[in-house]
Every structure is written in C-alpha cells, then in structure tokens.
Ligand binder design. Structure first.
Ligand SMILES: [Fe+2]
Length: 469
C-alpha cells in the first residue's frame, strides 16, 4: 500500500536521481571533425609545421593570426598497410591507420594558428625553457613476458608527467625516443593491462602517446628523436605518419621492408636553441647492442651520418647531440650499489673509430639520450661531453642506476668521472637557459612525476655539476 509518506520519499529520491543523472551526463560534442591530435613538429633550422591527426574525411582549415582560413595539406591518408612479416612478437596484426595526418608549415612572423578549436603559439623566437621526456609508453611485450599495468596511472605515469611538464610552460618539448611500447596483447589473466590497445595501428598510438601526452602536446613545438621502438619492423609506420620531420612518402613509410635500408636511417639535422647553441638530432633507431663489423651496411650508414654531424656542429659554438641510445652511460643493475658500465656498443664502434678519444666531434658539449629507463647526469675530467640519460618518463623501470660513482674513476669507456648524479624513479627534466646573451649556460632540473624538483645540474660548456634539491 502506498502511504502519503512513502509517496513523498519516492518522489524526492526520484528527483535527486534525475538531477545527479543530468549532471553526470553533460553532453560532450565529440564529432568526427574533432581532431585526435593537434601539435607542432620542429624540424631543421627554423622550419616547423602544424600537424593534425583526424578521423574526418578531409583535412581541416587552419587560420594564421586570425586571417582567412586555408585548407591544410594531406600528409598521409588513412590506410591499413600489408602486415609486415618481420615482427619480433608472436602476435601480429594489421596496423590500422583509420586517421588522416595533415600538415601546414609555419611562416616567419606568424604569431599563432587556430585549427579545429585548438590554438597553437608559433615557435618561440627565444628558447628559455625546454621540457625533456623519453621512453614514455606502457610496455606490453610478450617476447619478454613484460606487461606493465597500463590501467594504473601510478604504475604507468606518463599522463601525470605530461600534465606536470605542461604546467612548467616550456618553449620547446623534446622526446628522445621510444614512444610506442604496446606490441603484444595483454594476457587475459592480467587485470593491470586488461583490454589495453596493442599493435602498431592508431588505436595503440592513441592510448600510448596521443591521449596521455595531450596537455603537453599543445604546450609548445616538439622535437621528436627516433627510438628503437620506432624502427621500421616495430612502430615505424606510425613514426613516419605522425612525427618524422621530413615529407611522408611510400619510400619513407616503413610499409615495405625493401625500403628499410634508407627508412631506418633518417638523416641528422640541427636546429638552434640560442645564439651559440643548437640541437643536433641523430636517428639511432636501428643500432645494435654489439659492435658493428666494418662490412656491415649499417656501419657505413652511421659513419656517413656522423660525418654529417661533424659538418652540422660547425654551425654553432656549442651543440647538444641527441640520440635515443647513449654512448657514455651506466646500465641498470640489480642494486643501486652496483656499477655496471653501459652505452650502446654499436654506436661506440662507429663513433670510437672516427673520434677514438672523445667519441663525439669537438663541438658537442652535451650528449642527451633515453633508452635506459633511469636518470643519469655524468660529467668527465677527461675530454668528453656531459652525458645525460633521461629515459624515465613512464615505461617500466628495469633496474637501478648506481647511487655513487667515485670521482676520478674510469667507469665507462676510457672516460674519467668528475661528477655524477642519478635517479631510479619516474620523472622528466627541464633545461633552462641561464647564461648571458653571448654565452649560454643551462640549468638542468630533474623532476618527480608530480613536478617536484629533485636534482639540479649546472651545465657550463662540456661540464656539469649536480646537486640534490
Ligand atoms: Fe629504447
């Protein structure tokens, strides 16, 4: 029997439920014209371009400085390339790119661009702050039975890192490679990565990079350095569609392995970050963990490209050399007390032949890398550039960096340690220009995932000195 009291209790509960429901289902206007990603790629010199990744049937219009919109150019059409047969993983499927990649070049003197509801600022005329991340994806790799908890933001913290880094308002963002880690399906019994997208198609790229990177993606232009995960037999197709700084073509797509001999070795380039300082970008994606035989075609490729680097270093007094793989680094170890020499043997065999003492051309004052999922800053008494390893931005840690390395010790190659700092937790870094207008000094800060500074290193010429904050 419905009493008057029961009726009013029911009526009030119904209204409250209706209100809660209305509030929690506020309409989201997601249409096929809402782009999946809008960002700027910084290429060589001053050249930069806006890229848009979209599910729309045509490229969107872009307006520069509020003027009449112009249609963006198509970079890569939607496609599902033939499955490559050389995957390193047992589970392999077609990489579905159900998106268009569009682009438009920034012109000199333009201040901002508007595209599909996004507003991007032009590349800064003066770089004061650079954010650096590397090795950001969530590892799912059956061949090593390695499955990170992609569904747990604390155990795969790239989204948090992107948010913290964006809050620091950089002028430039550098990703030093290994953006894509989702190569195998999550095992059915594993709740930590259950239902996670995998493979080399857009859905995995979106989950591993575009979605978590979103706050940082629009914050400043990006310099993308290619990692081994972006080599042609892995996630190289996405690399060329979305991030490579040159034009996309079938020959530069990783779609057909016959083109890998060129597509896996994109040419080095340089871009200025100050009057006296430039970045030199080197594609080491296909290097080997073993020294190259001189008859190996890869050896010849890398020798030629290192000679190009030498030429590029003539352009500025100081060059920061960026390759995904480090040369002067410590490898992760089972405990922080162990000192285990690291560095990529393939690159060392090339660089050590052309530069037996220093490994790098004389103009290189700082070498910046990822690949090792740790933070290390190493300065040398010997004539070597400061070596920075910053591969701790999200992908599963693989061990500990040595806590202490004695000053004066010869721990990597024949380089003599002067100053050493390390961190084995997740994080990211910034480089702030602190020098005079004629000579740039830089302050490197290593942050926790939440954006709390933990280590600071002053970079002066080829030397660095770090302190805990
Ligand atoms: Fe790597």
């Amino acid at each position: 029997m419905i009493t008057s009291k029961n009726f009013w209790t029911f009526a009030v509960s119904f209204l409250v439920a209706l209100l809660i429901s209305a509030c929690s289902h506020s309409p989201t206007h997601v249409t096929s014209n809402t782009p999946e990603a809008v960002f700027t790629v910084q290429a060589e010199g001053q050249r930069a371009m806006v890229r848009v990744v979209t599910r729309a049937a045509a490229c969107p219009d872009i307006a520069w400085d509020g003027k009449a919109p112009q249609r963006m150019r198509q970079r890569a059409a939607p496609a599902t390339p033939r499955v490559r047969q050389d995957s390193g993983q047992a589970d392999n499927k077609a990489a579905v790119f159900d998106v268009l990649t569009c682009e438009a070049a920034w012109a000199q003197g333009v201040a901002y661009a508007e595209v599909a509801g996004h507003r991007l600022s032009a590349p800064a005329s003066e770089i004061r702050r650079i954010v650096i991340v590397a090795d950001t994806g969530c590892r799912m790799k059956a061949s090593e039975n390695a499955f990170q908890d992609c569904n747990d933001a604390a155990k795969w913290p790239f989204a948090q890192i992107a948010q913290s880094a964006a809050a620091l308002k950089p002028d430039l963002v550098i990703h030093i490679g290994d953006m894509h880690y989702r190569e195998s399906p999550c095992p059915t019994s594993n709740a930590g990565c259950a239902k996670a997208e995998w493979g080399y198609g857009f859905d995995a790229w979106q989950a591993d990079f575009f979605k978590p990177a979103r706050p940082l993606l629009g914050a400043a232009p990006w310099v993308f350095v290619r990692g081994n995960h972006e080599s042609c037999f892995r996630a190289g197709q996405g690399w060329f569609r979305f991030f490579d700084a040159q034009a996309w073509s079938e020959a530069r797509s990783c779609n057909d392995a016959i083109n890998d001999t060129d597509a896996d070795y994109t040419e080095p380039y340089a871009l200025p970050i100050a009057k006296d300082t430039q970045l030199v970008i080197f594609d080491s994606s296909k290097t080997s963990g073993k020294a190259f035989a001189q008859a190996d075609p890869a050896y010849g490729k890398y020798v030629a490209q290192l000679k190009q680097v030498e030429q590029l270093t003539q352009q500025k007094p100081s060059s920061f050399f960026l390759s995904h793989h480090p040369l002067l680094a410590f490898a992760p170890a089972a405990s922080a007390e162990q000192i285990k020499s690291g560095g990529n043997a393939g690159l060392v065999s090339v660089f050590g032949t052309l530069h037996p003492q220093r490994l790098f051309p004389t103009g290189v004052s700082v070498a910046m890398h990822g690949h090792v999922h740790l933070f290390q800053a190493i300065s040398f008494q010997s004539d070597h550039p400061t070596s920075l390893i910053m591969g701790n931005s999200g992908s599963a840690n693989e061990g500990f960096a040595p806590k202490n390395v004695p000053t004066g010790s010869v721990a990597i190659q024949h380089a003599v340690i002067a100053d050493y700092a390390s961190r084995s937790d997740y994080g990211f870094a910034t480089l702030d220009r602190v020098g005079s207008t004629t000579q740039s000094d830089w302050l490197l800060t290593e942050y926790s995932t939440k954006g709390v500074p933990v280590i600071q290193c002053k970079l002066t010429g080829a030397k660095s000195l770090c302190v805990k904050v």
